[in-house]
Write a protein that binds this ligand. Structure first.
Ligand code: CA
Ligand code: CA
Length: 382
């Protein structure tokens, strides 16, 4: 066996592919912002509410104008001194808390649905159309500052203001009421899901969230992440929502394994829109569950091998261990080897197996075969 070793190459190169074990300390903490596409020329035709009373019908007119692409008058919805939501195909509902309202706003805006929200001013109740969000870093800690509204109570209604804008001092109305179109949320049976975070890193993005489909709670739902725009425009990356999320189960009672948490490598850099879809099974439609614009830095830092060693030597083979690191994590380590008499053009590549307990990548070498004989004991060269 010693002879075999003398006749083989002692050079071994490791190639490292980056990404899964992201270094959180170096991850850009980008905030999410998104505004529904709006035809402002049409919104201007709706005008502002210069009289007291029909603010709800104005908010509905803004929302329908955005959805339909042409101007609606508040008079279409203002019947006998009341707003008739059904005439705009909107439904009124309530949440049990402020955060419940804000989460629904976030979800609906991601689906390009303007939401009409009941607020309270210093003296009067009021309705506004919420059409965007900004600076969202945690969907579980949304505030009114995160949302952008069209407010019929000002002649500057074509300017988006934060829902909590100081000139109005709005708070969410105590009844937690809001309205959205009947079709929002997709057809019956459409998956439900939330993206908790989307962030950009060096040569990668990181996405965390969950989704399930009521039609088959045991099915690990497909998640499509598009980098650089929505489906048809962006770069597609397919994930599966099958990681444990006990918190989702405790709220919705749908089983624990509906989460996803992935770092995704990409060659795209700079400011990029990320759009995330949950893929329907059974009845319903695919649905957008999150979107954000993040900054992706180029990754010019190369991976390194910090240590390696050989263990378990026998007359049949041995194990090689290597520790690798990179600024955006490591997904794969390949161990190539070749007999010295043939040269590196005969190299054969072996996948290393990652051991999370030790942090080392392992590859098993078998002595006695042409290629498998020579996983090197000594010479790791990067
Ligand atoms: Ca379904
Ligand atoms: Ca790197």
């Amino acid at each position: 066996m010693k002879k075999i070793r003398r006749t083989i190459s002692f050079f071994l190169v490791i190639i490292i592919f980056c990404s899964i074990q992201i270094d959180n300390s170096k991850k850009a903490n980008a905030a999410s912002s998104y505004t529904i596409p709006i035809n402002w020329n049409e919104i201007e035709k709706v005008d502002w509410n210069s009289v007291s009373g029909p603010c709800a019908a104005y908010a509905l007119a803004y929302a329908r104008t955005i959805l339909d692409g042409y101007a609606h008058s508040y008079t279409e919805y203002y019947i006998n001194g009341e707003c008739d939501w059904s005439r705009g195909d909107y439904i009124r509902t309530t949440a049990s808390s402020n955060i419940g309202v804000l989460k629904e706003l976030y979800n609906q805006i991601n689906q390009n649905c303007p939401v009409i929200v009941h607020v309270m001013g210093p003296s009067n109740q009021h309705w506004v159309a919420v059409v965007g969000y900004q600076n969202v870093t945690d969907v579980n800690n949304l505030t009114m500052d995160n949302f952008l509204m069209i407010d019929s109570a000002t002649s500057r209604f074509t300017q988006l203001y934060p829902l909590s804008h100081s000139y109005r001092n709005y708070t969410l109305h105590a009844d937690h009421a809001y309205c959205y179109p009947k079709f929002s949320g997709g057809a019956p049976g459409t998956p439900k899901g939330v993206v908790d975070s989307i962030s950009g890193g060096a040569g990668c993005i990181n996405v965390v969230g969950w989704a399930y489909d009521q039609d088959d709670l045991n099915y690990p739902l497909g998640i499509h992440v598009y980098i650089g725009g929505p489906a048809g425009i962006g770069e597609l990356h397919a994930l599966t929502a099958n990681k444990e999320r006990a918190d989702v189960d405790s709220v919705y009672g749908v089983g624990k394994n509906h989460g996803f948490s992935e770092t995704i490598r990409t060659g795209l850099t700079g400011s990029q829109e990320i759009v995330i879809y949950a893929l329907n099974v059974g009845t319903g439609d695919n649905v957008i569950i999150g979107r954000a614009t993040v900054t992706i830095a180029s990754d010019s830092d190369k991976p390194t091998i910090s240590s390696f060693y050989v263990k378990n030597e026998t007359s049949f083979g041995y194990d090689v261990y290597a520790k690798a690191s990179d600024n955006s994590g490591v997904t794969k380590v390949l161990f190539p080897t070749w007999p010295v008499e043939y040269g590196s053009e005969k190299a054969k590549w072996y996948d290393g197996v990652y051991d999370s307990a030790s942090g080392y990548w392992k590859c098993h070498g078998v002595l006695g075969k042409l290629h498998d004989a020579c996983l090197c004991l000594r010479c790791f060269r990067q």
